[in-house]
Design a protein around this ligand. Sequence first.
Ligand code: M6R
Length: 613
Amino acid sequence: MCGIVGYIGDKDAYPIIIKGLQRLEYRGYDSAGIALSQGSDITILKQKGKVSDLEEYAADKNRKGTIGIGHTRWATHGVPNQKNAHPHSSGDGKLAIIHNGIIENYDSIKRMLSEKGHEFTSDTDTEVLIHLIEEIKNHEQCKLFEAVRLSLNEVIGAYAIVVMEEGNKEEFIAARKGSPLVIGIGAEEYFIASDATPIIEYTRDVVYLEDGEVARVNRNEKLEIKTISNIRKNPYIHELEMSLDSIEKGGYPHFMLKEIFEQPSSVLDTLRGRINPETKEVKLGGLMDYEQKLTKANRIIIVACGTSWHAGLIGEYLFEDLARIPVEVEYASEFRYRNPIIKENDIVLAISQSGETADTLAALELAKEKGSTILGICNVVGSSIARLTDAGVYTHAGPEIGVASTKAFTTQVAVLTLMALKIARLKGTITTSNFRNMITELEMISDNVEKVLKSNKLIKEVAAEFKNVQNFLYLGRGYNFPVALEGALKLKEISYIHAEGYPAAEMKHGPIALIDEEMPIVVIATKMGNYEKVVSNIQEVKARGGRLIAIVTEGDITVKELADYVIEIPECSEQLTPLLTNIPLQLLSYYIAVMRGCNVDQPRNLAKSVTVE
Ligand code: M6R
């Protein structure tokens, strides 16, 4: 979702900001813009489309300035066009703002400002906010820092904003509530961005702005931070750990393919240090103080969105099966608005790659208000969800840039497996031999992911065969039902082919009507679990002429005879199959999307990090 980048220092701001915006392209956007100043006037350049369109537009314009703010906009209020693109300026043109989020009460503020004579040139809520700041600054005769703080007291909604002022090339003001902002500290220079990716090549020292904080970022001074209710805060400087390599394509044509192929190492990173090599016991440092709460939990409520919700469904099977704890998996967007019942000894567990998804964050806040213990599984270190939760486990997948989640999903499932095993062991709901078997298999999982990736060529052939179809059906049972849902989501989001995931047995209650010679059906039919039952479902598909792509266990004979294409995974316990079966489905979606000419890393209308509801 919208990206923010800013720079103050003695260097040319334009190339730094453009590069930063390119690094944020993965978040999804439909227009881009930049405001620059040398100290006097503010130049604003903006354009519909990609950052490259902005660069083309700006090529013959004034791009001078040692202070600048840049933005990629994902349209909420007003269509994506040049006039609605950020930055927006105040009525007198002396202030410029970039904003990520939604000002919910913008309409009433706009009416109040219009009555005072303000005129607006865009359809955005953001322009209303900068006029409000201008109005308050003039009325109160105060500095910009104070004007921003006072204005935010009038605002309902979510925001990350950066505001700069004509005549002041030393300073900008930033604030956040609900949308992330990171400030990078250099030598007499500051950077600001929606996440650390635009900052990492310049400095490792960063301050994550907290919700409800306003910062005065002046290049000659230390950071000054206050809450919007005017309480002074001490900035806490974190050291970034990510590497520059991890946010570049490394020779792959797309981030998505790179991230699919990174899975052997990302899963290894997730497991690293969490299985004792001698005792073979699981240790989750982040949850150590909550072990008792987890073993005594009456219920775990998992809240998440999209792919992370699918990982949560696998978590449900794992926790119930291994640790014997009842689980509910909720769409965060539904949970937050339905007055949920949370009882004593219930634990709410959020799963989120970005740690910034607005609905998941709000669901957690609600659970916290209701007195629940809130835990998290996040990928992005220091993200809002990671900071809000009482405790949690990082997935350590490394930055995921492709909008379609791949390695984030696999590593979330790996963490859920570790958690379920740990609780099961503490509660004694798993036999020692089963526990040891699963640990041995987990230790081999990275090699097995590597083996599955070797089917790459075959999957490309399958993709070529099916790239022009209109619909796809994905079927699975038990642990692989959520994998079927995830496979369907992956295909539709990047190839725009309509796809649905179903529990295989549910097919005969409706979707079977769709099956004819045109319909490809991807079925997960690994040994263990409900193999025979899935074979019966396959027979039902075959009897109606459907074309079958089956994911099977190595050495399978029965399904091989029935299916048109067969992709093998190494044998493993049913509980661990999702870590392997999801990989061919990622590759299938990837190749179909590439063959259809789709932009796989930035699919239309989608954003990587959904920071608005
Ligand atoms: O960052 P999160 O895991 O909270 O994101 C949730 C969803 O927006 C996300 O999983 C989305 O469904 C994926 N990009 C799909 O591939």
